[in-house]
Design a protein around this ligand. Structure first.
Ligand code: TXA
Ligand code: MG
Length: 321
């Protein structure tokens, strides 16, 4: 039966209410600097199952456990010297590290999908940090959108997909980074699993070496487990088909522009700034989706820095469904 989703302000009373809902096993969407997350107590199986239910998410796909700080992280995972170095350089921030799960972590097996590794992130956004401090435990949180749809960067985006399916949303400002965190597998030599809000170049500069290439994307077929779970090819999809690297618009298409292109319905960054483009990406896709376009054409975007994360999301939005 449909729930009434509580709209909470991120003041002290709202945060206390959010914590009470989380402690009772409920789901609270909250802003991080990347995208809004759909949070639940990462130690509570029923609460975590509720995330999958609200999103219609395939169960084999593991979740990121969000923690407040380094100390909390070391209770959940084992850090190599390389991983510790990255944590000190980039946390709090848009970096998620996949690490060997620590014995006695207390995490629900639904968070790790039964794997022997766990994905951890210390978010930087003040509301997320305040929530984690008050909750005083790990919060499992995928992006707060129905599985396969466009990720949310405002509370209104969250409600457009999940109103009546979750207990509450904590409202904050639009997410400053605008694309999900960069995911690195550190269970072996550092490997990029998902380009995201922290550039691969910055990570390589910190480590002084080149990252191993991402594993090929796989599709969500029958009993085939994805090689990199969650990297399902079709994702972030608006209703209209998406055409990439478009120089000009065909009849009926709307143009998602980048740089000084004429006639763009939305422009991610008229100045060609990739940071600005990442911050605008999902909101622009949400707005274009509401215009019921025949198709969405997208300007070429350079494959460097945050452009890699933007192109990754756009390729998935354009993938066959
Ligand atoms: O920015 C973000 O990362 C947002 C905010 C809310 O923090 N969260 C997010 O979560 O994007 P989600 O669930 O949409 O993406 C998590 C990804 C999935 O692709 C999942 O398969 C992968 O992390 N993942 C989680 N645990 C893993 C593991 N043990 N090994 C490999 N991949 C893992
Ligand atoms: Mg997601």
């Amino acid at each position: 039966m449909a729930l009434t989703t509580e709209h909470l302000m991120a003041d002290s009373a709202g945060l206390d209410r959010a914590v009470a809902i989380l402690k009772a096993g409920g789901r609270v969407a909250f802003p991080t600097e990347t995208v809004y997350g759909l949070g639940a107590d990462a130690r509570n199986d029923r609460a975590v199952a509720g995330i999958f239910e609200a999103k219609n998410r395939p169960h084999f796909n593991p979740l990121i456990a969000h923690i407040h700080d380094w100390q909390a992280a070391t209770r959940l995972a084992t850090f190599s010297p390389e991983a510790a170095r990255l944590a000190h350089a980039f946390w709090p921030g848009a970096l998620t590290m996949v690490l060997p799960l620590a014995p006695g972590s207390g995490l629900s097996r639904l968070v790790t999908a039964g794997l022997t590794s766990v994905a951890l992130r210390v978010p930087a956004a003040p509301i997320a940090r305040d929530l984690l401090a008050r909750f005083d435990g790990p919060i499992a949180a995928p992006s707060a959108n129905p599985s396969g749809r466009i990720s949310p960067t405002t509370a209104a985006h969250v409600l457009s997909g999940l109103d009546g399916r979750i207990e509450a949303v904590l409202a904050g400002d639009a997410c400053a980074v605008g694309v999900e965190s960069t995911i690195l597998d550190l269970t072996g030599p550092a490997r990029l699993l998902r380009p995201g809000g922290l550039s691969a170049e910055a990570i390589e500069a910190e480590l002084g070496c080149t990252l191993a290439a991402p594993l090929p994307s796989t599709t969500d077929t029958a009993d085939d487990r994805p090689i990199a779970p969650g990297q399902l090819l079709s994702h972030y999809a608006p209703s209209a088909p998406v055409r990439l690297n478009a120089g000009t618009c065909k009849p009926g298409e709307l143009l998602l522009g980048f740089g000084p292109v004429p006639d763009a319905t939305e422009n991610l960054s008229p100045d060609g700034d990739l940071t600005e483009a990442a911050a605008n990406l999902f909101a622009a896709l949400h707005r274009l989706d509401r215009l019921n376009a025949v198709a969405i054409a997208v300007s070429p975007i350079p494959e460097i820095g945050l452009g890699r994360a933007i192109n990754d999301r756009l390729r998935r939005a354009a993938a066959p469904r």
